[in-house]
Design a protein around this ligand. Structure first.
Ligand code: SAH
Ligand code: SF4
Ligand code: F3S
Length: 460
């Protein structure tokens, strides 16, 4: 325990609970919020009833995600009754999108903190404690990640961490709310990113996942450094063994980046490359900036240079005016690419995004039917891809004890603990660990394939 941790744990100003919804960027932002709250004297708690500050970090990508935030916050009024000094904060994309409107749905919220307003949180908390009433701050503030993380305030036992390298998005896909709630695209400097990753490496982190809505365009606007140069710089940080990144936009996937994945050892043989649809007509209406043929060309070039690369994707099913023939184009693309995994979503109208004004919405029942067809096909494909690994040797970065006990295929004569880790391609592997620690990279032999994970034995 560090000195700072000791002071705060023994004499905290209070406890902070954060409920996180949404993408990996929100997970990263939640850690940032714990650093900020830690600096103010608040200690993290996992017990909602113990909290003096409750933060709901929200997502508005689909209606369901947005409603999840309000349903969580519906639990606050009785807690506040029991503890009147309790401070409730809504942050993230719904906060940015709804601003003061939030108070109409939940009067118990004290602070609406936009996605760019983190640096002002301390002042707002002070004002609420001083009885200044409800506060809304959805103003811009460009450099929210420039302060370096302080690990004395969070659980620092993870071997793999996210690092947001850029914020916002300039692509304006017609279905998407992100450009409206995260603002214009801006990249952090390579110096600040490398410094943060060096701090993580010193704290024992072995793997980083770089985050941005479109990492392929990293640094282009500011002309500071290309994404492949950034990967090269990060690969020189000693202690970091694996580098992943998301999300890559197909229209900006350069040959340079393909060569970087092939040539930089620490860059994992894995790529998340959302296609959204296989129909050129729909891709155009989505404003994605590529055709099905161009997407397949990029996948071909990737596979030629990195033959064993694992590919995953996002799909939107039931975009306005999508016909059965458009959906068949999507199925055709999915069959041709043979993804390792996909995330498929039913299209959801977002009032701020232009597609919400498009006519010819697809009936819910039709959307679900198509979605299920796609998911069923992909589940089988994912299982097949896992089965193809049975008998192979893989290197696994050990993450820790298995959360969920697998019904294993092997024997456990020595009562070793069940551990979990990931292959370079990102697949989850369970195994009995003989004297292994999180952070180690081990050779294992794959023995059995589950639909979404693998069973292995330690070897060599
Ligand atoms: N920047 C990333 C994705 C960010 S959002 C990219 O360009 O791929 C994550 C995923 O949510 C998207 O890939 C898309 O598949 C899905 N999504 C975004 N808006 C949506 C909407 N209105 N309805 C359903 N799914 C949506
Ligand atoms: Fe949304 Fe498109 Fe930007 Fe991704 S690239 S965040 S889908 S607007
Ligand atoms: Fe959701 Fe905002 Fe991420 S809308 S997906 S939390 S950028």
């Amino acid at each position: 325990m560090t000195f700072k941790e000791k002071i705060h744990t023994e004499n905290p100003k209070g406890y902070a609970y954060i409920y996180t919804i949404g993408c990996q960027m929100n997970t990263y932002d939640t850690e940032r919020l714990f650093f900020i709250l830690g600096g103010l004297g608040y200690v993290k708690t996992n017990d909602l009833h113990r909290a003096d500050i409750i933060v709901c970090n929200t997502c508005s990508i689909r209606e369901k995600a947005q409603e999840k935030a309000f349903s969580f916050l519906g639990r606050v009024p009785p807690l506040k009754k029991a503890k009147p000094h309790l401070i409730t904060i809504m942050t993230g994309c719904v906060a940015q999108q709804e601003a003061e409107e939030v108070f109409k749905r939940n009067a118990c919220i004290d602070i609406v903190l936009g996605t760019q307003a983190f640096s002002r949180l301390g002042g707002h908390i002070m004002n609420v404690l001083n009885g200044r009433g409800q506060i809304t701050d959805v103003e811009d503030s460009p450099a929210i990640y420039e302060a370096m993380p302080d690990f004395s305030f969070i659980d620092n036992d993870k071997v793999s961490r996210f690092v947001t390298i850029m914020q916002g998005c300039d692509n304006f896909c017609t279905y998407c709310v992100v450009p409206y709630v995260r603002g214009r695209e801006r990249s952090r400097t390579p110096e600040s990113i490398v410094e943060e990753i060096s701090i993580l490496a010193d704290a024992g982190v072995k793997e980083v996942t770089l985050l941005g809505q479109n990492v392929n365009s990293y640094g282009q606007k500011e002309q500071i450094c290309s994404f492949s140069d950034l990967l090269e710089q990060i690969s020189r940080v000693s202690g970091i063994e694996r580098i992943r990144f998301a999300t890559s936009h197909p229209k900006d996937l350069s040959d340079d980046l393909i060569y970087a994945i092939r040539d930089i050892d620490k860059v994992c043989n894995q790529l998340h490359l959302p296609v959204q649809s296989g129909s050129n007509r729909i891709l155009k209406k989505m404003n994605r900036g590529y055709t099905k043929e161009q997407y397949l060309e990029r996948v071909g070039k990737l596979r030629k240079n990195c033959p064993s690369i694992a590919l995953s994707s996002d799909m939107i099913i039931g975009f306005p005016s999508e016909t059965r023939a458009d959906f068949d184009e999507t199925m055709d693309l999915v069959r041709r690419v043979e993804f390792d995994g996909i995330f498929a979503f039913a299209y959801s109208d977002r009032p701020q995004a232009p597609a919400s004004k498009f006519s010819d919405g697809v009936e819910d029942a039709e959307k679900m039917e198509r979605l299920n067809e796609l998911i069923q096909f992909q589940d089988e494909m994912t299982h097949q891809k896992n089965q193809a690994l049975v008998g192979a040797w893989e290197q696994v970065l050990v993450e820790g004890l298995s959360q969920k006990k697998r019904h294993d295929e092997g024997e456990n004569p020595s009562d070793f603990p069940q551990m979990t880790g990931r292959t370079e391609s990102g697949k989850i592997v369970h195994f009995y660990g003989n004297n292994v620690c999180p952070g180690e990279i081990l050779d294992v032999k794959i023995k059995y394939a589950y639909p979404h994970s693998l069973w292995a034995v330690q070897g060599r």
